[in-house]
Design a protein around this ligand. Sequence first.
Ligand code: DP6
Length: 338
Amino acid sequence: MSKVTIQAPANIAFIKYWGRLDHKLFLPLNNNISMTLSSCTTTTTAELINGPSNMVEVKFLGKEYTQLTSDSINARNIFDQITRIKTLAKLDRSVHVKSENNFPADAGIASSASGFAALTGVLLLVYGLHALYEDKKEFSRQVRLCGSGSAVRSVYGGFVEMFAGHDHESSYANQVADEHHWDLVDIVAIVNADKKKISSSEGHELAETSPLLTARIEHTKKQFPIVRDAIVNKDFQTLGEALELESTSMHAVMMTQNPPAFYWGPGSISIMNQIRELREQKGILAYTTFDAGANAHVICQKKDAATIEHLMQKNPFVKSTIYNEPAPGAHEVSNHLF
Ligand code: DP6
């Protein structure tokens, strides 16, 4: 029986997705855009097997493989995605999936973006849905149906937009520029390795309770073309100012939800201040953005990356850093995991 292996990157959003138009089709409320991350990838191998049940094994850097049962939200989403693609292929066969992340589980980096992009890719291929895999737009729609919006953007490399759309057909990802376009760097500064208290799935539902949500969504409509153009034109200052404001805007919604979600901690605020001071006092351009967590993503130009990473490592709140450049999107590799 033939095995298929795919490697997919995580990504960091410059215009973020928080809140859904449709919770069944997982349609976001606003167009969003991100950069893929070279040092945060998932490699996944799959093979069809005989027998009544699927087997899914997952491993993070420095940990042993664990066999998943369908009792956590992400694991349920994995088993649901297997069932969905199996049904789509009209092929009643079980599958063995083995998946490895090259970043630690306790780094506080969402593994779902890289994980679900790689998973969907291998499933489409082992179940014989090659046309859906080859058509990247369609591949990205299939990724969306497993519930991780960020994973939709990991289908492509480099800089990627996701159109919110209004139905299944109109909501998909598109590449704005490939990984060679611009040598930007994302230095992830780990300040807190705790599991997030409110998952993104819960958060997308709670966003509706924030009195600031409508204003934020209107604002993203204005900011999206500014960020997109800044990427295309490699205008770092415009991109940086927009992405920092955007992160704060999303966190303002998070903090005003009911119940509220405060993801930032003292370390997050310390890094925000440190980076602002760096701009004001040394004229070095760098900007911070945060997903649903306390860890900072410091976006800078490659020429300044070593200075900034060194500075981050001296911050007493920072436990470790991860250096990322733009990376290729989900793609097949020949080294199988079993
Ligand atoms: C805050 O539904 O993609 O990262 O699967 O946990 O990544 P995860 O959540 P998802 O929502 C993304 C939330 C976000 C912003 C973003 O990446 O757009």
